[in-house]
Design a protein around this ligand. Structure first.
Ligand code: SF4
Length: 355
């Protein structure tokens, strides 16, 4: 086992700059090599050590032997004819696959990243959870998903301006890797994506929300709510049994108090289930006094899950009722609908693909 570990190459995209510094000095190289490497990886975005021409040849040979950059293989790429949304399917080293989605908005480009292969949270409306959790995605694999999107934009002179951790998986179940990913992509020496432009979604893991609150990072937390009362929420999201709404709301308040960041609540409208005016009023009551924003997500039909779409006039009525009650909300625009661009084939919840 020990032997196998020493044989394994180090995945450089999995390292923050300080990790990379430790790694290169461990190889007997000066620390500034880490900055040079980081620059090639994130600013010039080359994926072959041979192209890193300001590194000595001998060091490049060591890198080839001891390190790796690209571990994800692009399997498919689908582009929406409607809005240019691009959905990537990647094969990871162990053969499992994840999706990432690049969305083009008039205010910039955003990328939706997957944090787990599959998911064990069991949300009733989500296709990603059907096979359960396969494994966590590493920070480096998340970085690679993002870089694939950025490389596509490089050809057009564009850049990724915001990132949502809303693909398959519960990011807070893969806490350390998700936050390491955030550290790497926000690094001023690298991609320089602002923390304020990163949205981390959760199905409501209360202890992890409280832990994140204490870190006081300027991230947007998007909580998948989808129901205004415990009975309904438990029927849609099993996590609610462990962390019912009262505890979830308490953790959300703590997040607001610690970080000063307004929360986002995702609410998938499921026809005939949670989309009546009485639910809108209950939702407003639940959120009253908490600085927040609600994203309403009209869900596409999921025949195998027997979910129907909420008709447009009811979506409007729901939104108006929330606004009347003083809760700011938007209805999420569908993106890439012709390529089923919801990450991980999700149809709702974390599936939502617009920030
Ligand atoms: S909605 Fe998110 S947390 Fe729920 S099962 Fe799907 S991927 Fe997991």
């Amino acid at each position: 086992m020990q032997e196998r570990q020493t044989e394994e190459k180090s995945h450089l995209y999995d390292m923050r700059l300080e990790d990379l510094r430790r790694w290169v000095t461990g190889l007997g190289e000066p620390a500034y090599r880490a900055v040079q490497l980081f620059d090639w990886m994130y600013k010039k975005r080359v994926s072959d050590f041979e192209e890193m021409t300001n590194l000595p040849k001998a060091f490049r040979a060591v890198l080839r032997e001891r390190a790796e950059l690209q571990t994800l293989e692009e399997v498919t790429r689908q582009v929406s004819k409607k809005d240019g949304t691009t959905k990537f399917l990647f094969r990871l080293r162990d053969g499992s696959t994840v999706e990432a989605v690049l969305m083009r908005h008039d205010y910039g480009n955003s990328v939706c990243v997957s944090t787990q292969v599959g998911c064990r949270m069991g949300c009733a409306f989500c296709a990603s959870t059907i096979g359960g959790l396969v494994r966590n995605v590493t920070a480096g694999e998340m970085v690679e998903q993002l870089l694939a999107c950025q490389r596509l934009l490089d050809g057009e002179g564009g850049r990724v301006s915001s990132v949502v951790l809303m693909g398959s998986g519960e990011p807070l179940e893969n806490y350390d890797a998700s936050l390491r990913f955030v550290d790497i992509i926000t690094s001023p020496e690298g991609l320089r994506i602002g923390g304020r432009h990163i949205t981390l979604s959760t199905s409501g893991l209360v202890p992890a929300i409280r832990k994140l609150a204490k870190e006081r990072r300027p991230l947007t937390l998007a909580v998948s709510l989808h129901a205004p009362n415990d009975e309904l929420r438990t029927s849609l999201m099993p996590i609610n049994r462990a962390y019912p709404l009262a505890r979830l709301m308490e953790a959300c308040r703590e997040y607001w108090q610690e970080t000063g960041r307004r929360l986002t609540f995702e609410y998938a409208l499921l026809g005939g289930i949670n989309d009546q005016l009485v639910h809108a009023r209950e939702l407003a009551e639940l959120l009253r006094g908490l600085p927040c924003h609600v994203n309403l997500i009209p869900v596409n039909e999921v025949p195998e899950r027997r979910f129907a779409r909420t008709p447009k006039h009811l979506v409007r009525a729901f939104r108006e009722e929330l606004e009347k009650q003083g809760i700011p909300c938007t209805v999420r625009r569908e993106m890439g609908s012709d390529i089923a661009a919801a990450c991980g084939q999700l149809r709702a919840g974390h599936a939502a693909i617009e920030v």
